[in-house]
Design a protein around this ligand. Sequence first.
Ligand SMILES: C[S@@+](CC[C@H](N)C(=O)[O-])C[C@H]1O[C@@H](n2cnc3c(N)ncnc32)[C@H](O)[C@@H]1O
Length: 217
Amino acid sequence: MGLGKLLHDHAEHADAGGTIDHPRAYELASEVGFFGRRREIFTRLAALSRARPGDRVLDVGCGTGYLTRILAPVVGPAGQVTGVDASPPMIEYARRSAPGNCSYQVGEGQALDLPDAGFDVVVSSLAVHHIPAAERGAAVREMLRVLRPGGRLLIAEFRPPTNRLLAHLVAMLTGPAMRHNPRDLLADLLPQAGFHVEDEGDLPVMLSYIRASRPAA
Ligand SMILES: C[S@@+](CC[C@H](N)C(=O)[O-])C[C@H]1O[C@@H](n2cnc3c(N)ncnc32)[C@H](O)[C@@H]1O
């Protein structure tokens, strides 16, 4: 049984990771999976998001809220960080340790219950590959809809090792959804949705990111 199966309660689409329903196990697996560098790497993600004091930030697929808690002091008391995740146990966990300027809601990235143009920044880490493949286009369109014109997007995704044996091992441990290269996952979806893709890069421990913006009106 792979780690993916241990973290999920129910059968999911074969092409996606699905929801994660065991927040404490997820926290432990993440600390181990990032070789103790999780805070350093997520602090870099927060910087890459270009969130600034006073910004309203949305984290799609926020899980336990780890990145939202790192972003909270970046946006400060005048800002607001909202986390959305499809898993009620993950949202419950996030709420328990929420800073004052963070709030959370259960919901799906492909059908956000949030107003148009209400955010300056949207972030999403390790979550797009959890959304069913057929819904990923809708999820990216939702990210565009809730961003104000000129708003910024950061998506960070798992980057499978280039070594075929290692890639196979990772897929065995985590599930088939993590076999895909995030660039294949997002390269077409973002421009199709109307985003202006700005740059992309790799981060340590098998992550890569893409930054984009909603064109100004
Ligand atoms: C690998 S975790 C990443 C959590 C967090 N962003 C992080 O980096 O630690 C993927 C998250 O996506 C959530 N998820 C799965 N399907 C989703 C969907 N359709 N919409 C929103 N979140 C979803 C899962 O419940 C899980 O918490």
